[in-house]
Design a protein around this ligand. Structure first.
Ligand code: ARG
Ligand code: ZN
Length: 856
């Protein structure tokens, strides 16, 4: 059944206190839950407790066991009529964590027992009103075999522990903060801790611990440093302080998502905790810090103030992503971070916004809420918060966020509450801005700059359209904050300062007086609005901006646009003048004033997928060919510059610093161009880098280049990598994804073989994503004209769905883009979707994604 946002009703019953008693065992865990319930208002509706696959062994009300006719099941929910306004309700259930392959609720991972409850996993553990607006104080008692599960963790602070009979032991944890059930967590296992301490701004001492398998302890230093930096950052930038005496993080190998912000007991996918130079790339290090910060920041934006219902998910996720982006920007190069964030938005969110699964950041309906943990809710949600920050400026934004936290602390709030706090605290009218929460689709802006030489006046004409999306045929213009500047094409200098132009109607214009030389337009600087901008700028204008714009993002963007125009032209006409791109890239590469991290980003060609998004009908083979031709020419025309960059970016011992990261990044980019040019020594350079590397960034960078090389080069490098890292699952994931991303012609065969590889398993979401997430992102291989890529993905989805529907559903969207391709491919993709949807027993998760993809 489809759930609608406007159907929200307050809960009939509240549960101020819960006591949970776990007798833990992987095969059979007993859970006794004691709920103090109070009626919410005057009504005679029964108490309804959500369940998912649970069987009640016993139900007691106020200490008296109920007979079988005093309660009943409605689908999976347990319904108990209650006479008065307050009662104590007890239930008992038994579950088998080791058979829980969905990884929702209580499950086993690598010998541990752990939980994942968001969004609706708690109902797989015990009967409960499993909705985020029911806030309860939890007391958790857990008991387990002491030898197998020496460490017992739950939310809050440990208040008691002891030994039991038969080699068992127990612990009791209390969390004083009322919280929704999705923030409940428990972990039991044989874990070792990296311990540290943080003193908050008001002087509270907090014991920090990161729990991992003992052999992984040396890989937790970076995460611990990031945690402490995050705690201090949130105090300084948002005035938010930690509120308990303990903060625990646990890393688990099998996890559907990145991590989870359970109150004081964050549980992480191990890939976002474990890092050392030999096994983690710089991107991995950055991701660890970003996710640690994200989950920590949720303690305020998510936990202290939570969501009223799941339609409000972006209230916590959009805001928290924005906060983690700000944090990461503050730790290194803000410009490069912004480029990465926008690249991610364009790769994941723009296609979603333009396809059959488009939805507003605050969706209106869902069948399965797990399907709405999307790039739209998270990343576009963060862009919406960023626009508020741009409109208000940092001080007034902070006043708004202070008011929000103050007003709603301890509550389950809505997106509307957030916007109102920003209005009241920031002193701004956001009436029209609310459209950003309602309308799906990426707005398109047409910007035309005209110059009246005689009047020394420039006029910028702006026009916006918001495309129709499924269920939203009519759109209103939205307020778009566009940071704009003009540059003099003769003086090379900025003509006046930057302006913030807010286009809040279908059309608008902005005039600039005293413009005595031909101006060049720099617009949407810093990517101030998440829109597509079309301009009348020439290749020469773009090349000019790529060399002179003072806003690093705008500079990067100008280069990208120049590359896009060149490549789109090449695809439609079969050839193109590569000269302007080569000159612009050369100018960037040899500019000593630019830091290497920025240069490396700027000289990279846009992805095949993003190029496809610029075209009416995507032709992956033509895009690949055009892009490779430009890569080859760029490589060949600038061989000595690439070589110079490669040698100049050599680093000594591994160091995780912005400068060293930039050097490593540029080095592998340069190596890639040398290989693309067919430089005779490129493979030798790559093998040397591969063999001599003292860090995974250089080693994986070289592996990626060699995986595109000859069969012998590829096989040698991959075999060496496999031998070295076969026992490390996170690094083996890289071995899988590197092959799935290869530009070689035989990649579909390689992926088919890897699907049967003994190290491949559907049981581990990271492994599934490493192979199939990467493969479906590899445009030419996945869209192999014979349709084998589609069949391979569909076969895997059908095998995975019965085990782990959440992870399966996440891999449907690449097939759902069938409308964007030519007839032959579209038919093949549609046939696979049709085959999937016709399969009996399909999960809600996959059914929703596939049926919408066929219909929308
Ligand atoms: N709240 C978590 C985070 O973003 C993600 C939880 C994902 N849950 C899910 N069912 N998809 O930090
Ligand atoms: Zn989050």
């Amino acid at each position: 059944t489809v759930i609608h946002r406007t159907d929200y009703r307050e809960p009939d019953w509240l549960v101020p206190d819960v006591a949970l008693d776990f007798a833990l065992d992987p095969a059979a865990t007993r859970i006794r839950a004691t709920l103090s319930v109070t009626r919410n208002g005057e009504h005679d509706r029964p108490l309804r407790l959500d369940g998912d696959g649970l069987v009640a062994i016993a139900v007691r009300v106020d200490g008296v066991e109920l007979a079988g006719d005093q309660w009943h099941m409605e689908r999976d929910a347990l319904v108990v009529p209650l006479a008065g306004p307050t009662h104590v309700v007890e239930t008992e259930v038994e579950i088998a964590p080791e058979r829980n392959t969905k990884l929702m609720g209580l499950y086993a991972s690598g010998g541990l027992l752990c939980t994942q409850c968001e969004a609706e996993g708690f109902r797989r553990i015990t009967f409960f009103p499993d909705r985020p607006d029911v806030l309860s104080r939890y007391v958790v008692r857990m008991e387990a075999d002491k030898a197998r599960f020496p460490i017992l963790l739950a939310n809050g602070d440990r208040t008691a522990e002891g030994d039991g009979a038969d080699g068992r032991h127990w612990a009791e944890w209390r969390d004083p903060f009322p919280k929704p059930s999705y923030l409940f967590a428990l972990v039991a296992g044989d874990l070792a801790a990296n311990r540290d301490r943080f003193t908050t701004m008001s002087g509270r001492d907090v014991d920090l611990a990161i729990w991992v398998r003992a052999e992984d302890l040396p890989k937790t230093e970076h995460a611990m440093a990031a945690l402490k930096t995050s705690m201090a950052w949130d105090e300084t930038v948002y005035g938010r302080e930690y509120d308990l005496g303990q903060f625990n993080i646990v890393a688990v190998a099998d996890f559907n998502f990145g991590a989870m912000e359970n109150k004081s007991l964050n549980i992480f996918n191990s890939r976002y905790i474990l890092a050392d130079p030999d096994t983690a790339t710089d991107a991995d290090y950055d991701a660890v810090a970003g996710v640690v910060a994200h989950e920590y920041f949720h303690n305020w934006s998510g936990n202290r103030v939570t969501c009223r219902d799941w339609f409000q998910l972006s209230l916590k996720e959009g805001f928290t992503v924005f906060r983690d982006q700000q944090f990461s920007a503050d730790q290194g190069s803000a410009a490069v971070k912004r480029i990465e964030d926008v690249r991610m938005l364009r790769a994941a969110q723009f296609p979603e916004d333009g396809g059959p699964l488009a939805h507003p950041i605050r969706p209106d309906s869902y069948l399965e809420i797990s399907n709405f943990y999307t790039a739209t809710v998270y990343n576009k949600g963060a862009e919406v918060i960023r626009m508020l920050h741009t409109l208000l400026g940092p001080e007034r934004f902070r006043a708004g966020s202070d008011l929000y936290f103050d007003r709603h602390d301890g509550e389950a709030a809505t997106c509307e509450d957030f916007v109102r706090a920003m209005e009241d605290g920031g002193g701004i009218d956001l009436t029209r801005f609310r459209l950003w929460y309602q309308q799906a689709g990426t707005p398109r802006v047409k910007a035309v700059l005209a110059w009246d030489e005689a009047a020394a006046r420039a006029t910028l004409s702006l026009e916006q359209t918001v495309p129709t999306t499924p269920g939203q045929p009519v759109k209103q213009p939205m307020p778009l904050p566009l940071r704009v500047a003009l540059y003099g094409s003769v003086s090379n200098a900025a003509l006046g300062g930057e302006r913030l132009v807010v286009l809040d109607a279908a059309q608008g214009s902005e005039t600039f007086e005293g413009i005595a030389e031909r101006p060049v337009l720099s617009i949407n600087r810093g990517f101030s609005a998440p829109v597509v901008v079309e301009t009348n700028r020439t290749a020469a204008d773009l090349a000019f901006l790529s060399a002179h714009d003072e806003d690093p993002f705008a500079r990067y963007e100008a280069m990208q646009q120049l590359m896009i125009d060149t490549l789109v032209g090449a695809v439609s006409t079969g050839g193109a003048d590569h000269g302007p791109v080569i000159e612009a890239v050369r100018e960037t590469l040899v500019n000593p004033a630019l830091d290497r991290a920025f240069s490396a980003e700027a000289v990279l060609l846009p992805s095949e997928a993003f190029l496809g998004d610029q075209m009416l009908v995507v032709d992956p083979d033509a895009i690949f060919a055009a892009r490779e031709a430009l890569r080859r020419d760029l490589g060949a025309a600038m061989q000595s510059e690439w070589r110079h960059a490669y040698d100049g970016a050599r680093t000594n011992r591994f160091e995780y610093s912005p400068a060293a990261k930039g050097a490593r990044r540029l080095r592998t980019v340069a190596l890639g161009y040398l290989a693309a040019a067919g430089a005779p020594d490129a493979a030798a350079l790559a093998f040397r880098q591969f063999g001599e590397a003292d860090n995974m960034t250089d080693r994986q960078g070289a592996l990626g280049v060699l995986a595109n090389g000859t069969a012998a080069e590829r096989d040698t490098a991959l075999a060496a990598f496999y031998d070295r890292y076969r026992s490390n699952p996170l690094v083996l994931d890289k071995w899988f994804s590197t092959q799935a991303l290869s530009a070689r012609d035989d990649t579909v065969d390689a992926v088919a073989a890897l699907y049967r590889h003994p190290d491949f398993t559907l049981g581990n979401p990271n492994r599934v994503r490493a192979l199939f997430g990467a493969f479906s992102a590899n445009q030419r291989a996945f869209h192999s004209p014979d349709g084998r890529g589609y069949t391979l993905l569909a076969d895997m989805l059908l095998a995975l769905d019965p085990m782990n529907p959440q992870t399966a559903a996440k891999l449907v969207p690449p097939l759902g883009r069938w409308r964007r391709f030519g007839q032959a491919r579209a038919a093949l993709m549609k046939a696979e979707l049709t085959r999937i949807v016709a399969t009996p027993g399909l999960s809600k998760d996959v059914f929703e994604q596939v049926s919408k993809s066929l219909a929308g």
